[in-house]
Design a protein around this ligand. Structure first.
Ligand code: MOS
Length: 754
């Protein structure tokens, strides 16, 4: 291998090893790392810690309660706070009187979050906030606030919007398709066609830890602990918002050392974060403001509802020749120019040879708006598209797997389909027939996944701090947050491999904005953005240690070798601990950075996956139980294998929950959510967990020194669709409206019998 830092190129091997008995798909590529960057790890690099089954490094701290989340942060004299929320869905605030609340005992601060005359946009819109010595007094004070509203007629159902399509009695879109000569010609020429309408409901955010913050002022300096997936984003947002309130902030530090999930709902401080800072300033005391579960369900955004209609045709070979999709998003009040975050994504790798058309319209309602949630737009669209494809395949007399193999244009996924089908036992399970008249019937289904992300370095070159101390411990720090996915473990394993030491010697710290910047955890880009920076930091630290040892021992720095916990300097082997003793009281302290991706094409610009599910349906009660699922997932370079697998299995569980249970129910008269708690908003419970398995494949995309991909979104794309397809197989009739609740299953069975 050429020495790093040469613009003239390094030869590397990219691609992946064959799945099961399949052939390797490896290629040679010449890449040009930036001067000073660590050399690329490629498909032939032996790695020890990276890719191993190492435990989550903060697992014990989390399981034992020692990990301090925002909701655990406390100080002497800490005040509690709550928000007064609008009971009307649409209208204007006309009166806001706060003095009676201010006069109550134990109340330290009361602030307006809206002024009379301002618009109220949904039930739960923030009106005012109170801080006091305990939550009982704070609640009393909220009741003492007088707020009047001029309410206006509201709509909470997007299908009642004036631009919503007309629905037939069976739920399908009754409006004629707008004309498209090319699609219609292709449909007319097709050997088989199909048309159907699919629908999904609003899924609310259910992170383990609710949204909220603790704010503490020291003079003009502000420290904020926030449950967020973007420490630097929150810092910027609060700095701007406080300046907007004419508050001069000295230093502003955000902490999010441990975060109980975000899933797309926690990119901002939100009105609750700003209210917390303002209350703390007025009260001259630290304030904690955490949302309760009802507020989580009703004010922190959601995966919007979707309605989509598809029509398509195949030729005599079962290849798609026409593909027409129109969709509508029910996405809350924030629709501007037809875009409110309700967009629905559908797969594009089946239809490369077809005449296609794609149309979408977001429809506003007077409700809490859409917010990103794990693969925004994908699970809803993939559910519709993949179930539609199974229905079309059934009409054409083609097995669903065979149908995918004929139409999927992605070589990697074709390998995954074949391997996954083999491991899952697709052919046997699909051929099995249910006993005629049996109460319990089984079925199997499959679905694909895709996500685009290779992690760009962000606007600033994100950094990582790495320190080697004289006691042999290594500290690696990022100001970005680990929202539970495992960034700390990723940092530890990469550093351990670069320094050739056991992972136990390395400690990772995340989530303090005093440390080098990192991206918000969105779009599955945190790991691919930061892994190369972690690597670069460790690479620089190693070079400094080598130089120091060489100087100390009178050797040539190029002759210093690291391996297996020892350092060899000019033929003399030192243990890591002995080598580090020579560092002295001031640690080696370097800052690595995220260089841009190499100029050359990555092996694959998207990550691929597919999943298989088996369900059992009780035909008497209509209850669906998922029996087992199996997934094959591309992950770029797999770094922390056990955690990556958890990402896939967790996505399957969330997908089952979305497919079978989750649904926000709003009262049309009041606009209020009727099931805003975990008693009535059903999510999957531990009793419902099926047998889960996955195979993670390392794919060397050759786009950075440490070519990782992220797994936030990719595994959540296929799961609901695979479950819906399995239900279709079990029943012999599709359920085209999520969640697949017993009433819909029984209706599908009744319709089939007719
Ligand atoms: Mo994600 S929905 O980019 O947190």
């Amino acid at each position: 291998m050429t020495a790093p830092g040469h613009r003239d190129g390094v030869e590397i091997t990219v691609g992946y090893r064959g799945l099961g008995t399949q052939p390797d798909r490896l290629e040679q590529r010449t890449v040009a790392p930036a001067a000073g960057d660590a050399p690329p790890w490629d498909a032939n690099t032996p790695l020890r810690a990276v890719g191993s089954d190492h435990d989550r490094v903060d697992g014990l701290a989390k399981a034992s309660g020692r990990a301090k989340y925002t909701s655990d942060v406390t100080f002497p004299g800490l005040l509690q706070a709550r928000i007064l929320r609008s009971p009307v869905a649409r209208g204007t605030l006309t009166t806001l009187e706060l003095d009676a609340a201010r006069a109550l005992p134990g109340i330290a601060a009361v602030i307006a979050l809206k002024q009379p005359g301002q618009r109220v946009r949904f039930v739960g819109d923030a009106i005012a906030a109170v801080a006091g010595t305990d939550l009982h007094r704070v609640r009393d004070a909220l009741e003492a606030i007088r707020a009047d509203y001029a309410a206006e007629p509201h709509t909470v159902d997007y299908l009642q919007h004036e631009d919503a399509p007309a629905l037939a009695a069976d739920g399908s879109i009754a409006d004629a398709w707008p004309s498209s000569a090319s699609v219609e010609q292709a449909l007319a020429a097709a050997a088989q066609t199909h048309e159907a309408t699919y629908r999904t409901e609003v899924q609310t955010h259910s992170s383990l830890e609710s949204h909220g913050a603790v704010a503490k002022w020291n003079g003009d300096d502000l420290e904020v602990w926030c449950s967020t997936q973007a420490t630097f984003g929150v810092r910027g947002e609060l700095a701007r918002a406080l300046r907007g309130q004419r508050i001069d902030v000295g230093t502003l530090t955000v902490h999010a050392e441990f975060v109980g999930g975000g899933f797309g709902s926690k990119f901002g401080a939100g009105i609750e974060g700003l209210a917390c800072c303002l209350l703390a300033r007025e009260a001259k005391a630290p304030v904690k403001l955490m949302l309760d579960r009802f507020e989580e369900h009703t004010t922190t955004g959601n995966r919007p509802a979707a309605l989509l209609q598809l029509r398509a045709g195949v030729d005599a070979d079962g290849k798609l020749t026409a593909w027409d999709v129109r969709s509508f998003g029910g996405c809350g009040f924030n629709v501007e120019k037809g875009e409110g975050g309700g967009n629905v994504a559908v797969p594009d790798y089946y239809t490369k040879g077809a005449k296609t058309r794609r149309k979408h319209l977001d429809l506003a309602t007077d409700t809490d708006p859409a917010r990103p949630m794990r693969a925004p737009g994908y699970p809803q669209g993939w559910f519709g598209a993949e179930l539609f494809l199974d229905e079309l395949a059934a009409k054409a007399g083609i097995d669903p797997l065979e149908f995918r193999l004929r139409n999927d244009r992605d070589t990697m996924r074709l390998d995954q389909w074949r391997f996954g089908a083999e491991r899952f036992g697709w052919a046997e399970a699909r051929a099995r027939r249910n006993e005629p008249g049996a109460r319990l019937v089984r079925g199997v289904g499959l679905a694909s996944a895709r996500w685009g992300q290779l992690g760009n370095p962000g606007r600033q070159p994100h950094g990582i701090q790495c320190r080697i101390h004289q006691d042999g411990s290594v500290e690696v720090r990022s100001g970005a947050q680990d929202i539970g996915t495992g960034l700390k473990t990723v940092m530890v394993l990469i550093t351990a491999d670069e320094l050739a030491i056991p992972p136990a010697r390395v400690t990772a710290v995340t989530g303090h904005t005093g440390d080098p910047s990192g991206p918000g955890s969105g779009g599955s880009t945190t790991t691919p953005s930061l892994a190369p920076a972690v690597r670069h930091a460790a690479f620089l630290a190693r070079q400094e240690l080598a130089a120091l040892l060489a100087k100390d021992l009178g050797a040539d720095a190029a002759q210093v070798a690291f391996g297996d916990g020892t350092v060899t300097v000019g033929g003399r082997a030192l243990s890591w601990a002995d080598a580090c003793k020579r560092i002295g009281p001031n640690p080696i302290d370097v800052r690595g950075k995220r260089f841009p991706n190499y100029d050359s094409e990555p092996f694959s610009a998207v990550v691929c996956g597919c999943q298989f599910a088996e369900v059992e349906v009780d035909t008497w009660t209509g209850l669906v139980r998922v029996v087992r699922m199996f997934g094959v997932q591309d992950c770029g370079l797999v770094i922390a294998k056990k955690l990556a697998e958890s990402q896939v299995l967790g996505a399957m569980l969330q997908g089952i929950s979305y497919a079978l249970h989750e649904q926000r129910i709003l009262d049309r008269t009041t606009g209020r959510m009727l099931n805003g708690d975990f008693l009535r908003y059903k999510i999957l419970g531990s009793e419902d967990v099926p047998e889960l398995g996955c195979h993670l494949m390392t794919v060397h995309n050759g786009h950075t020194s440490t070519p990782a991909a992220g797994l936030g979104e990719p595994p959540s794309v296929a799961a609901p669709a695979a479950v819906a397809n399995a239900v279709f197989h079990a029943l012999g009739a599709p359920v085209r409206h999520l969640p697949i609740t017993p009433d819909k299953v029984l209706a599908a069975l009744a319709a089939r019998r007719q």
